[in-house]
Write a protein that binds this ligand. Structure first.
Ligand SMILES: *[C@@H]1O[C@H](CO)[C@@H](O)[C@H](O)[C@H]1NC(C)=O
Ligand SMILES: *[C@@H]1O[C@H](CO)[C@@H](O)[C@H](O)[C@H]1NC(C)=O
Ligand SMILES: *[C@@H]1O[C@H](CO)[C@@H](O)[C@H](O)[C@H]1NC(C)=O
Ligand SMILES: *[C@@H]1O[C@H](CO)[C@@H](O)[C@H](O)[C@H]1NC(C)=O
Ligand SMILES: *[C@@H]1O[C@H](CO)[C@@H](O)[C@H](O)[C@H]1NC(C)=O
Ligand SMILES: *[C@@H]1O[C@H](CO)[C@@H](O)[C@H](O)[C@H]1NC(C)=O
Ligand SMILES: *[C@@H]1O[C@H](CO)[C@@H](O)[C@H](O)[C@H]1NC(C)=O
Length: 432
């Protein structure tokens, strides 16, 4: 097993410019690896009625799930509902959706309970959109939907976090170990539900374009260099997929004020290589432009569904929610309850940019669905591994007492927040 762990402590730029600590834990593993309602600042009548309905159907014992399914599974088709705005409801009857300790394919980087996290509330929150319910996740229905199909997540370690979540969500419904498998091949990790011939893959490609960070193990580089017009090598790994979920966010964030992205045009082979230095955000646009172009020319809209996962916020600056910065998100056990909370350090504009690029494909009939999970994740300062995960080796006692340097407040414990991202994905695949 080889693991690299790079960590960069950021300086604040000024009070207005969002600053952030990005701790990039890059782990590649050849490894098997009180119905108490939280106090809400705002509560209006509509919400209360919905809560009763929700609490009611979630109180059904698990064994009775079948009986309530027809109701619980149907999203409110009559109402155009916006899943992205809502709140977290503590619900230890319906949560968690699986056991992290029992998931055969979980990764140590997100297996918090296995690595010493003792509190469990972080596993027991359900996302409640404001005017409707999310469809109830049903692994068998998803596997049926994926029969003879290939779904692939393409991106960075946050997308891999979502992939691990989805694999755990479905593998719990395949009790026989002979009917499921996972393989590693370079940048590709593949999960198969054999009886369904359903494939759920993850492909490492943190900058989407070809870059000097493409090695799934050795990508700790001083400068990030993308190749403005090269995506084909990566695309060959996912062009035949039926469902693709891209992401790209944390690798675009600045570690320090003067951080730039290097962009290479042309090639050394043809003698026209040119290297530019651009703002990180411009590097993002260059990637979006090329990806959009490629999809427009190559995607069979009758066959392939495409998603783009929204920005996943980090909780490395505790002062965002009134805490001590030196603790980062350590010992946080509850979400932020302030309705409409958006951390200053979370950049919502990048998703808007992605949306506007992808919007140009609509005229070709290609629709790229954004999984808008940023705000709901922004509330969840309690959801990160902090010091309870394994990178190279479990952290030493000394490291555990130094959260400022060692707490991971970027990835997400599983079961946890990415399970909801996958509920969005499930909802779109089955109902929209
Ligand atoms: C759920 O939470 C309530 C209130 O905290 C507690 O009484 C109950 O034992 C919990 N149930 C489970 C299954 O954890
Ligand atoms: C959902 O609500 C947010 C905030 O009001 C809005 O920005 C977004 O466009 C809405 N999304 C849809 C699909 O209506
Ligand atoms: C199994 O699934 C793959 C897609 O992952 C598909 O190409 C292949 O045709 C399927 N096999 C059968 C026998 O349907
Ligand atoms: C691994 O991936 C490469 C393409 O990158 C492919 O040629 C090769 O067949 C794969 N190996 C296995 C064992 O699937
Ligand atoms: C996609 O489906 C439409 C309607 O069924 C059909 O007219 C069109 O030819 C299909 N396009 C391709 C590329 O298969
Ligand atoms: C976190 O909680 C542990 C156990 O309760 C405690 O020993 C430690 O001092 C706390 N750390 C911080 C930074 O609050
Ligand atoms: C995502 O949802 C948030 C509200 O949660 C909204 O402010 C934002 O505009 C939405 N972004 C996109 C790209 O739809």
């Amino acid at each position: 097993m080889t693991v690299l762990n790079s960590q960069v402590v950021l300086r604040s730029i000024n009070s207005l410019v969002a600053f952030s600590v990005i701790v990039i834990f890059i782990t590649f593993l050849f490894y098997q690896g009180h119905e108490v309602q939280p106090p809400m600042a705002v509560k209006h009548e509509l919400k209360e009625i919905q809560d009763e309905v929700a609490a009611d159907h979630h109180k059904q014992p698990r064994g009775k799930e079948a009986q309530v399914q027809s109701r619980a599974e149907l999203p409110d088709a009559t109402k155009e509902c916006n899943w992205s705005t809502g709140r977290w409801v503590y619900d230890n009857m319906s949560r968690p959706l699986y056991s992290g300790l029992k998931c055969a394919f979980i990764f140590p980087e997100v297996a918090c309970d296995k690595y010493g996290r003792k509190d469990v509330m972080y596993q027991q929150w359900r996302w409640q959109p404001n005017r409707c319910h999310l469809p109830r996740f049903n692994a068998i229905r998803l596997l049926e939907k994926l029969r003879n199909k290939r779904l692939v997540f393409v991106g960075d370690s946050l997308n891999r976090n979502q992939w691990v979540s989805l694999v755990c969500m479905v593998e719990a419904s395949i009790p026989d170990a002979r009917h499921k498998m996972r393989t590693f091949n370079g940048s590709l990790i593949s999960f198969k539900a054999l009886e369904y011939n359903a494939t759920i893959d993850f492909y490492w490609s943190p900058l989407l374009l070809e870059s000097n960070s493409d090695d799934p193990i050795g990508h700790r580089v001083e400068y990030r260099i993308i190749r403005a017009d090269r995506i084909e090598k990566h695309a060959s790994a996912w062009r035949d997929a039926d469902i693709i979920i891209f992401n790209s966010y944390v690798w675009r964030r600045k570690h320090k004020a003067d951080m730039r992205m290097k962009v290479m045009y042309g090639s050394f082979e043809s003698g026209n290589a040119r290297l530019d230095k651009v703002e990180m955000i411009d590097g993002f646009e260059i990637a979006l432009k090329k990806l959009t172009e490629w999809l427009g020319e190559n995607i069979d809209k009758n066959r392939t569904r495409i998603f783009f996962a929204g920005s996943s916020p980090t909780h490395s600056w505790a002062s965002n929610w009134g805490g001590e910065n030196s603790n980062k998100c350590l010992n946080e056990t509850e979400p932020i309850y302030k309705v409409g909370y958006k951390a200053a350090s979370t950049d919502y504009s990048m998703m808007e940019k992605a949306k506007s690029y992808f919007g140009t494909l609509e005229e070709k009939g290609i629709h790229i669905q954004i999984l808008n999970i940023t705000e709901l994740s922004d509330y969840r300062k309690d959801g990160h591994p902090t010091v309870f995960s394994k990178q190279f080796a479990p952290l030493t006692t000394e490291q555990i007492t130094n959260p400022a340097s060692y707490a991971d407040c970027m990835h997400w414990c599983l079961p946890g927040v990415p399970d909801v991202w996958n509920e969005f994905l499930y909802g779109y695949l089955l109902y929209k």
